[in-house]
Design a protein around this ligand. Sequence first.
Ligand code: FAD
Length: 356
Amino acid sequence: MTDNHFLILGAGVIGLTTALALRETYPSSNITIVAKHFPGDRSIEYTSPWAGANWASMAHDNGPLENYDRITFHKFSEIAEKWCEAGIGRMGMWGIFDGSLEEVGIVTPETGKIWYEELVGGLRRLKDEERPEGSVFGLEFGSTFRINTQVYLAWLQNQVLSRGVSLVRREYTSISAVLKDFPKATLLVNCTGLGSLKLEDVKDMNLYPTRGQTVLVAEPKVPIERMYFRSPKRIDPETTYVFPRPLGGGVILGGSRQDGNWSGEVDMELARDIMERCCKLCPELGKPEDLKVIAHGVGLRPSRKGGPRIEVEKLSNGVPVVHNYGHAGAGYQSSWGTAEKVMKMVKKALEPSARL
Ligand code: FAD
């Protein structure tokens, strides 16, 4: 039997994770990642380096979205335990909400429960005196994950390289053009994030950017012992967050959610507002004027009406294409779960009956 030659288009957190999952599933296959950007690059067209990032599920569908995040949580557990250099660390979090439990969108309607309560080691209701003024309720997450995106992306890239995956840096205008350059490819996984809005043979009009701005500040002398998050709803333009990153990653302050905004320019007024909100939420940071700003960040979340697209399509030359894009603000926390779903689709697409 000939070995498969897999192509992955895209080298963000989704493309790199997919490559590792493919290597695990098909140990003797050829795998090539083709992308315009790789870890280390900073571009408004490359979302992954700009993420916060942490694991704080937004899913409440009692279905696939919860499952993607659950699988990823377990995988993050394994990574954090085995590879302390991967840039993923455990940490508790205070989630503060400015609306009632029913309003904030964290309960799964079908079950009436917060599905990840057990997974994160319990959710303790904060006492009134622990919460900032004006908030309605707060939850302490026992233990979840924070990610130093700079370290984690480089680690993922090292993992794929050490497993014999080839990297090719190129920009393409269509998937058909990629397949033309790699005639031996048996299957392509499309992990281009927002790029799928522009690829001529994908042009997914359900995709749109959700702009997010962050401020990276120096770690204060008194360590911050937990992550903080405050919002009227779980997904809201006014969400404020403070994530102390592991391994010298500083502290990331956010945030903003601006749907349809493509601007890669830093909005200094918004940056000042973020710093003020974060200092109010996390007193360990001190006053806004005490913050030592290291960098401002702007990234575009690959949002998609209908959720992430994970499905098979056959283009005109007959090579199956498995799409894996549109992870919005959950690309890290759902990465391993969506890669697992992709593996199921790859297996199915390669069955002899599917090749007819
Ligand atoms: P990208 O990282 O954009 O990668 C796309 C890849 O495709 C790149 O390599 C690019 O070069 C390549 N590509 C695209 N088009 C082409 C083409 N035509 N030819 C060749 N190559 C191409 N997620 C979380 O889970 N937790 C968080 O706390 C979190 N916080 C966030 C905070 C902010 C401010 C932002 C902006 C995002 C946040 N996210 C978070 C979301 C997360 O960052 C994204 O979901 C994720 O990075 C998307 O990854 P991706 O690999 O799909 O896309």
